[in-house]
Each structure stands twice: as C-alpha cells, then as structure tokens.
Design a protein around this ligand. Structure first.
Ligand SMILES: Nc1nc2c(ncn2[C@@H]2O[C@H](COP(=O)(O)OP(=O)(O)O)[C@@H](O)[C@H]2O)c(=O)[nH]1
Ligand SMILES: [Mg+2]
Length: 413
C-alpha cells in the first residue's frame, strides 16, 4: 500500500517537473506533440491568388510528411482566415474560416490542415493569448533587382520596409521573435529554417515570395484537385444550372467521384448548353484597356462566340455593377442571358465561388486576360475533363493584334 502511494507520488512529481521543463523548453517535452506552420499573404492580394499560395504550402507540408527527419513530419498547416479582402465590400475585419468556401475534409486528404479556430483549441486554453515562437517575414533581395542577377538564396536581413505582420488582425496573437528573411527561390528551401529550429509554432508572412516547387506536375494537380468547394455552394450552383441553364451533371457528363483521389483521366466532359463568360471589370479596366474589353466590345465578342458555337444561352460572371450588367443584358436581348442572382444569405466570396462553379460547367468558357479568377475556372474544367479548346479562351481588349490565346496548363495525373 505504502509502496503504491510512493509510486503515485513519484509519478506526480515527475510529471510536474516534466511540464515545467516543457514550458521552459517551449513545450517540446512530449515527442509526439504537433508543430504548427502558419502563413499569411501580402494584404492586397485577392482570393484567387491566395488559393495559389495555399497550394504551394499544402504541397510543402505534403512533402514534409514524407521526410526522414521525424521533427519535420509533425507539422500541421494552419489555414489563414480570410480577412479584410480588398474586393469584398462587407466583412472587412471578420476572420472567415475556409469551410465557408472549401470542403475541409477534402483538403485533408492531401495535407494535414486545420482551421485557425482548431489551432486555438489545440494550442491554448480558450481566451488566452498566443505567442508565435518564430515569425519570418519574407522579402525580396533588393540588390537582385538592382543587379538583375537572380540566384536562389535566403538570408536574415534588415527589413526592407517597416515590418507589418498583422497576425490576421487578431488581437490575441503576438510574437517577440520577428525577423525578415530575404528570400529568392522555391518553397522547399524553407525546409532549411524548419530543420534548425525546435520552435513549435512558426509563421511565414508574405508567404507568396516563395515560389512553387512543382508547378503543373502531378503533385501540384493533386493539391489542386483536393480543393473541392463547400458542398452547399456546389448544391446552389447545381440548382441554378438545372433551373435556368438546362444543365445537369448526368447530361453534361461532368460527374466526379465523391473523393478526388478516385478521379480518372478521361477527357469526356460535354458541359451544359450555354456559353459562360468571366468578364472581369473594376480594377482591370482601369489599368489594362488593351487587354480587357469595355462592355460594348465584350458584347460584340460574346455574340460572335454564341454564333460560332451555335448556343443561345449565356451565363455572365462579372464584378461589374448591376447597372452595367443590365446594359450588357440589353445589348444581348436576342439571347437568354443569366447571372447568379445576389443571395442575401451569402457573402461576396461565396457568390464568387458559385459564379466560378457555374462557369466551369459550360460547354464553352471565355475568360479575362491574366485574371486568377479565370485561371481557377480553367483548372476546374481541366479536372472535369473538358476539351482544351473550350476552356483556354479570353476576351480581347482594344489591342486585337496582340490578343493571343491564354497559356494551356493541362492537367497531369
Ligand atoms: N461574384 C463575382 N465576383 C468576382 C467576379 N470577378 C471578380 N470578382 C471578385 O473580385 C475578386 C477578384 O480578385 P482575384 O480573386 O484576385 O482575381 P483577379 O484579380 O481577377 O486575378 C474575386 O475574388 C471576387 O471577389 C465575378 O465574375 N463574380
Ligand atoms: Mg487580384
């Protein structure tokens, strides 16, 4: 009996010592504890470029999981909440989780990702402050731009500009270890940072500075295919297609298996009997009239395509104000013109996704030059297996002579 009490006491003492020791060592005591990788993107970047940055980090973590160094396999990637996006009128300083837009279970089949609120639950008791162990703000080497000589390297340097890490606008996150990391190269080089530290939480800000390791290869496309949209948004898009566009997955041959890992290589999608147009306006018509058409010029091109494709229904996705859309509809009065009607229950980013889903299911798609919103639609069509020539098309701006077809980024399995 005394012996048992003695053993229990001993265990107690040991665990207290260990806990204190863990705290002192930055909680590295338990060898099985997870480590957390956070990243954030340059604030002015839009939703669809951010999706591309996600893919770089998802692939990075996916590869870390296969590392022979055990401490590197313990990382989880924190999905940076959507905050203060330039194009979204409301929701300025609310942190919106990824589940509003994407199917998190599907993302997890590619990489160990968690939402920020899950991170809070895992790392600290509710309502306490979180101190990130190490923050690296990525920046470009200034001298490389001066000399024009670019080589892969990285180095802790003085910060180019005043550092502005905003910790996703949370006021319970902070760090007393923020450094600027001049960086030129591919994301895999960031492994060198992770290898030499025992830090449990690491944040890379301006994460877009690190480039894709595997742009366009099989792993890249796996990451891309795992980015299935939130199921309710998919349902809403489907209802709209059925109701107005005479389009269903069965008739369009666009069914995908429940799990993206079961997708096949077939290129057999037909699409619904409509033309879809992504007409990016707002900041795009100000800066690039040579490449982006005004309304009248867009109408002319849309009519031509409808004629050539033998279609009479057109779905318009655009960021143009309602009045502009009404004008466009008027110019196209000989055709059936649809837009996804604004739904009060959805936020801007969700409406944008419904637009993207509907565009991606059309028999023929035409997008806007260099819009990442259009690029994501093209990828979606590659995943469903549309013929190339129905996907990689763009509207021309005023400079018709230099209006070349967009680059074709074919899916790889
Ligand atoms: N609903 C809707 N929103 C759009 C459309 N085009 C642009 N937007 C909005 O404007 C943002 C454009 O920014 P971004 O995603 O960076 O794409 P990019 O600027 O075209 O490369 C999108 O994220 C949407 O919020 C559209 O056709 N429909
Ligand atoms: Mg943008």
């Amino acid at each position: 009996m005394y012996k048992t009490i003695y053993i229990i006491l001993l265990l107690r003492i040991h665990s207290t010592v260990c806990n204190n020791f863990c705290e002192a060592k930055g909680e590295q005591c338990n060898v099985n504890k997870h480590r957390y990788l956070l990243y954030d993107v340059n604030p002015p970047e839009g939703f669809n470029l951010r999706r591309d940055v996600y893919m770089r980090y998802a692939v990075f973590i996916h590869n870390l999981m296969k590392s022979s160094i055990p401490s590197l396999t313990k990382f989880k990637l924190i999905l940076p909440p959507w905050t203060n996006l330039y194009h979204w009128k409301e929701q300025k300083l609310i942190q919106i989780p990824w589940s509003f837009f994407f199917d998190i279970d599907s993302l997890r089949k590619f990489a160990p990702v968690i939402e920020m609120h899950e991170f809070f639950d895992e790392i600290a008791p509710k309502y306490t402050k979180i101190k990130i162990d190490e923050v690296y703000v990525l920046q470009h080497f200034e001298d490389m731009f001066k000399t024009g000589i670019f080589e892969d390297k990285m180095e802790i340097q003085k910060c180019n500009k005043e550092i502005r890490t905003n910790f996703y606008y949370y006021n319970n996150i902070t760090s007393d270890n923020i450094k600027c990391l001049s960086f030129h190269g591919h994301i895999i080089d960031l492994q060198n940072i992770l290898k030499i530290t025992e830090a449990r939480t690491i944040l890379f800000d301006h994460a877009e500075v690190a480039l894709h390791n595997d742009f366009g290869n099989k792993i890249y496309w796996q990451a891309r295919r795992s980015m299935r949209f939130n199921k309710q948004l998919q349902q809403l898009a489907l209802q709209f297609r059925r109701k107005y566009l005479n389009s269903t997955d069965e008739s369009d041959n666009t069914q995908l298996p429940e799990d993206w890992r079961d997708e096949n290589h077939e290129r057999a999608a037909r699409g619904g009997p409509y033309l879809s147009v992504h007409l990016r306006q707002k900041d795009f018509i100000v800066g690039r009239p040579k490449d982006v058409p005004n309304l009248e010029h867009a109408v002319k091109q849309i009519k031509e395509i409808l004629h050539i494709q033998g279609l009479s229904i057109v779905f318009i996705a655009t960021d143009a104000p309602i009045k502009e859309y009404e004008k466009l509809k008027h110019y196209l009065k000989d055709f059936f013109v649809y837009r996804y009607t604004l739904d009060e229950n959805l936020i801007d980013g969700q409406l944008a996704i419904i637009d993207q889903i509907i565009c991606s299911h059309a028999r023929y798609f035409v997008g806007t030059h260099e819009s990442t919103f259009s690029f994501r639609i093209q990828e979606e069509r590659e995943i469903m297996g549309f013929p190339i020539e129905t996907t990689f098309n763009r509207l021309c701006g005023s400079d018709i002579n230099s209006c070349h077809k967009p680059s074709v980024w074919k899916i790889i399995y």
